[in-house]
Design a protein. Structure first.
Length: 217
DNA sequence: ATCCCGAGGG
DNA sequence: CCCTCTGGAT
């Protein structure tokens, strides 16, 4: 396993490579960010940003979405995929924000996770980006990178990854680290064809060294 | 463990 | 053609 010191070094190297890393989902209010993050499940940020302007214009507030017909919501978000579940969750989520939270998006993890369609990952992103509450969201990119660098064992769950990363990184870097790992995963350490030969972390990455050795044969 | 599920990339 | 995309619910 990678040591704590090397973990911090690795994340800082990623920050040097992608200093501009930040949230890529477009939104103005916490409610709209919540919707954008819910829609981003198994979808690209580009595809989400493509539909949210019209969606937010049509449904500015929780009460607007809570009163909407499912088919109309689906029509706005169909191009994203998984649209049946997402439309259903969006409406139920807006309804619960009205009934249980006085129409205001809760700013704590327990409240957020209680909303239909909102899991720990979505809650952590909203906490960090909308409310400036320290949180470290573990998505497919973060989990893949943590395992390739052997920061965690291959069988680690998302919660285990979150526990290790939040224990090793200073709290005031959690949000930025998350976004940096996303960028690193998207442009350098991709799922399918990672660019190991040009990776600044190759010297500490067992997976990368294995891969570069294979391609050299 | 499985299902959902369109769009874009390789 | 096949794989992946800032997951969550069952």
């Amino acid at each position: 396993m990678l040591s704590k010191e090397k973990t911090i070094w690795a994340v800082h190297q990623m920050m040097l490579e992608f200093p501009e890393a930040m949230g890529a989902l477009h939104s103005d209010t916490p409610f709209h960010l919540l919707i954008a993050v819910m829609l981003s499940a198994q979808a690209t940020d580009v595809s989400v940003n493509k539909v949210t302007p019209k969606l937010f214009a049509r449904f500015p507030e929780p009460k607007d979405l809570a009163a909407a017909e499912i088919p109309e919501i689906e029509a706005y978000i169909r191009s994203i995929g998984l649209y049946h579940n997402k439309a259903k969750h969006l409406k139920a989520c807006a309804q619960k924000i009205l009934s249980d939270f006085d129409g205001v998006v809760p700013n704590n993890r327990a409240g957020l996770v209680s909303l239909p369609g909102v899991g720990r990952k979505t809650a952590n992103v909203v906490l960090g980006d909308a409310f400036n509450v320290p949180a470290f969201a573990v998505d497919t990119h973060v989990q893949r990178i943590a395992k390739r660098l052997q920061i965690v064992k291959q069988s680690a769950s998302v919660v285990e990854v979150e526990q290790v990363m939040t224990k090793r990184l200073p709290e005031n870097e959690w949000v930025k680290s998350h976004h940096t790992l996303i960028f690193f995963g998207r442009y350098q350490c991709m799922a399918r064809n990672p660019k190991c030969p040009t990776c600044p972390l190759l010297e500490i990455c067992a997976e990368g060294q294995k891969r570069t050795k294979k391609t050299a044969e």
